[in-house]
Design a protein. Structure first.
Length: 196
């Protein structure tokens, strides 16, 4: 009888417990680097963020982690997320100076990163939207590997999307990028990082 109880109740529990406590290697990738971390399936997202802080000195509160199509919550475990060896988790460093918000848009399949960095640039009304996107990438290193179609610009609440059109066709004029930064004369930048 004791053997039967062990085989039916205890042994399956022991197997499940050892599976959830096993270690896996995950890749954590940012715009500029990739690193592998050993973690346990019972570790939380917060545990992983602390490991990243220990290794790379990125404060926990400045880390936003995404996996697949979701922004990860600190309390979730790797097991909850069904993380397996060699999966890639994306890190977006959300320091207050540069990144205003990170969210996932399920209907479009991307992670949205709203950049909140003031960058004064000399532009002509004849410059194309594509040229402006290129200059933004050159001036903001975290965006250098993001494709044009994943950088969204908006001016006076209107999306500026056609890379071949001139800034003048969107009524952006040199005075629009002057010293004063406010909603009336600032072009807002969003980087859309495809979700896995």
């Amino acid at each position: 009888m004791a053997t039967l109880v062990y085989q039916n109740l205890v042994k399956p529990f022991e197997k499940e417990s050892s599976q959830t406590n096993k270690s896996v290697q995950v890749k954590v990738e940012s715009f500029t680097w990739k690193k592998t971390f050993n973690i346990k399936l019972l570790d939380t997202v917060l545990d992983l963020k602390q490991n990243i802080n220990d290794e790379l000195e990125i404060p926990v509160e400045q880390q936003t982690l995404t996996f697949g199509k979701q922004v990860l919550k600190n309390s979730q475990t790797m097991s909850d997320l069904k993380i397996q060896s060699d999966d890639t988790i994306h890190l977006i460093q959300t320091d207050d100076e540069n990144i205003k918000k990170v969210s996932y848009s399920s209907n479009k399949g991307y992670i949205e990163v709203v950049i909140n960095k003031k960058l004064k640039m000399s532009v002509s009304k004849d410059d194309t939207v594509g040229k402006l996107k290129q200059e933004i990438r050159e001036n903001f290193s975290k965006l250098k590997d993001i494709a044009d179609e994943n950088i969204k610009l908006s001016f006076k609440s209107k999306v500026i999307e056609d890379s071949s059109k001139s800034l003048g066709s969107y009524r952006v004029h040199p005075s629009s990028t002057g010293e004063k930064f406010n909603a009336e004369n600032t072009i807002f930048v969003e980087a859309h990082v495809p979700g896995g």
